[in-house]
Design a protein around this ligand. Structure first.
Ligand SMILES: Cc1cc2nc3c(=O)[nH]c(=O)nc-3n(C[C@H](O)[C@H](O)[C@H](O)COP(=O)(O)OP(=O)(O)OC[C@H]3O[C@@H](n4cnc5c(N)ncnc54)[C@H](O)[C@@H]3O)c2cc1C
Length: 588
């Protein structure tokens, strides 16, 4: 009822605009990241336009990125997730915002959309001059046996998170007192959770369940979590989250679910294992919502998203699409890709509004710049991974690993950051970066993301002037350092090799013997850096020498000595840390 009155008030307001002259009528489907930013931007650019924003769910503009933290209790109040309400859109932006209103059909020829009131089922038809689709990407929900059992949840919307919280708080009924021949039902707290999928939603939810005291198993079909990063970097994250209480079951897909005892669910995996759970979280990834677009005959790309041009226009010039539902050009590789991230969705919404309002805005493509936090640590990445380049058959790249401190080592609290930098061999252009650590990982990847977007090379990183005081960074910031290491490689000052390069080089470890006692590669010759100049006679001149240390830094100094003394030497990039990342990195 309240809704109906509000709708009337809006119609009156819009009638007023109609009397002003030529009015553009824009309908926006989807009222969260892409849709809401498009609506608000369009209003800022065009005070006269009639803007209708329809949202199938009960809320607009909510923070889905905060949902795992609401489940964990970090964000205690559900209302904190509601960034702007239907009323905000009406009152501040004069947008006809309709929740529980679903767009069910587009007729491109007539330029109309059929809208269904979710509560009443009533269908109305609205005409449009321009239509914007931002329907997002629902969670993948395969038709597995038992998938609809109670206790199995997704984390995509506010009602999803509410349902999870209610389920967790309810405890589970179980039979007790059987020894007295008088079984009675009682309630015990829920304690075991199985999360399916090791992407960022799965991992964030798993972390939050650990914080709530759950025994958490994360089942992942791939042989690593966080699929966008390279495996050796993912190994570091895996070691870290396991140490903080998440049990990982990699290389194992879920096969189905069975009702267990006392309201529990048994998660059955393809390898034949059974994981009993009081709650199951499905986080198997997302798939672009293209139902409306398909029914309107819009072009769908080969990755399954709505195909748009750089102005976010679909194959129909009066229909735009933004956000998780569209395919975008990968900024680095130029390939079409699906990027389900809030930043691109918001920017695309804004660009679509600009274009509708007659401006020349263009979307540059996406680099997939992302970050995820877990137990005080973080992993962030931008641009192309090595595995993506390999998949594309691109061999014009080189990689370096480095482990700088997050700020000056002498200032308390410095933590190592593990970085992998990927750049073009032919011209030094930065292609991708991945970083993990417990302090200020985000600002390094953000700087590198900007560098990629500006077409920077590793030589530019060497020269980047970044802010520095000891508690924030180093005079040679990790970003500079990354450029210096990579540029040393390209200039030939530091030839490198990798653990997977197959050759019969001599392995020279320049660490101290006590370090080798803890861990060393098989067959190495050990000459500590401090003794190297005196013991050069022990090394062959006709054979390549691969120099190892813990992180690559001492090996670099040794490589420089050897090269200048006429030896054929290469630094083994990243040293022992890049070989055994998972176990040793976080101990610093
Ligand atoms: C739990 C979770 C955590 C996340 N964390 C992060 C993060 O930390 N960082 C990050 O960058 N991204 C994160 N994301 C991804 C980010 O939220 C999305 O990329 C972004 O919201 C996409 O915006 P969108 O507008 O395309 O879709 P959405 O924000 O999903 O909005 C689409 C809306 O359209 C509505 N809709 C669909 N079809 C219709 C229809 N026919 N009629 C009416 N309404 C319709 C849907 O109900 C939905 O509300 C997270 C997502 C989730 C679910």
């Amino acid at each position: 009822m309240v809704h109906a009155i509000a709708q009337d008030a809006i119609s009156i307001r819009f009638k007023y605009f109609v009397w002003e002259g030529k009015i553009m009528k824009v309908i926006i489907v989807g009222g969260v990241a892409g849709g809401a930013s498009c609506a608000a931007r369009l209003r800022r650019l065009d005070e006269k336009a009639q803007i209708i924003m329809v949202e199938r769910g009960p809320y607009v503009s909510y923070a889905n990125c905060g949902l795992p933290y609401h489940i964990g209790g970090v964000i205690e109040k559900e209302s904190s997730l509601l960034v702007a309400s239907e009323a905000t859109f009406r009152e501040q932006f004069a947008i006809d915002c309709r929740t529980r209103c679903e767009a069910i059909k587009i007729s491109p020829k007539d330029k109309t959309v059929d809208l269904r009131n979710v509560a009443t089922g009533e269908v109305t038809t609205e005409s449009y001059d321009k239509l914007v689709l931002s329907p997002g990407a629902p969670s993948v929900r395969p038709p597995l046996p038992g998938i609809d059992l109670p206790g199995i949840f997704e984390v995509r919307t506010v009602p999803d998170a509410r349902a999870v919280r209610e389920w967790l708080e309810k405890g589970s009924l179980f039979l007790a007192g059987m020894h007295r021949y008088s079984g009675f039902q009682t309630v015990r707290p829920k304690t075991r959770a199985v999360v399916i999928g090791g992407g960022f939603i799965g991992l964030e939810t798993a972390e939050n369940l650990v914080h709530r005291g759950f025994d958490v198993t994360l089942v992942e079909m791939l042989d690593q979590i966080l699929a966008p990063i390279d495996q050796e970097m993912a190994r570091i994250v895996e070691g870290y989250v396991e140490r903080h209480g998440i049990r990982l079951a990699l290389n194992d897909g879920v096969a189905g679910f069975k009702q267990g005892a006392n309201g529990t669910v048994d998660v059955l995996t393809k390898s034949g294992k059974t994981y009993p759970a009081d709650i199951v979280i499905l986080a198997l990834g997302v798939r672009p919502d293209t139902a409306l677009a398909k029914s309107a005959g819009l072009e769908i790309g080969k990755r399954g998203g709505i195909r748009v041009d750089e102005h976010m226009r679909t194959s129909n010039p009066d229909i735009f699409a933004v956000g998780d539902a569209v395919e975008v050009k990968d900024f680095v590789t130029g390939e079409w890709s699906l990027i389900a991230l809030a930043g691109p969705a918001n920017r695309q919404g804004r660009i679509a509004a600009d274009v509708i309002a007659g401006r020349e805005s263009r979307f540059r493509g996406s680099q997939g710049t992302s970050i995820i936090g877990f137990f005080g640590g973080a992993a962030a990445w931008t641009g192309a991974s090595e595995k993506t380049l390999k998949k594309l058959g691109n061999s014009d790249y080189e990689k370096v690993y480095l482990y700088p401190n997050s700020h000056a080592g002498y200032y308390p609290g410095a933590k190592p950051i593990a970085m992998k930098i990927i750049f073009r061999k032919s011209d030094g252009r930065l292609l991708g970066a991945q970083a993990l650590g417990e302090d200020n990982v985000d600002k390094r990847i953000s700087a590198l993301a900007m560098a990629i977007q500006m077409g920077a090379t590793v030589y530019d990183l060497e020269e980047a002037e970044l802010c520095y005081a000891p508690q924030f960074g180093s005079a040679k910031d990790p970003v500079n350092f990354a450029g210096m290491v990579a540029a040393d490689v390209l200039r030939g000052d530091m030839p490198i090799s990798h653990w997977d390069s197959a050759d019969n080089a001599l392995l020279l470890d320049v660490r101290e013997p006590v370090e080798l006692a803890v861990e060393s590669a098989p067959g190495v010759v050990n000459i500590p850096l401090g003794q190297l100049r005196a013991r050069l006679g022990e090394l062959p001149r006709d054979r390549e020498i691969r120099v190892i240390c813990r992180s690559g830094q001492r090996a670099y100094y040794a490589t420089r000595v050897l090269l200048q003394k006429g030896f054929k030497a290469r630094n083994l990039a990243g040293g022992m840390l890049s070989r055994t990342h998972a176990d040793t990195f976080w101990e610093g």
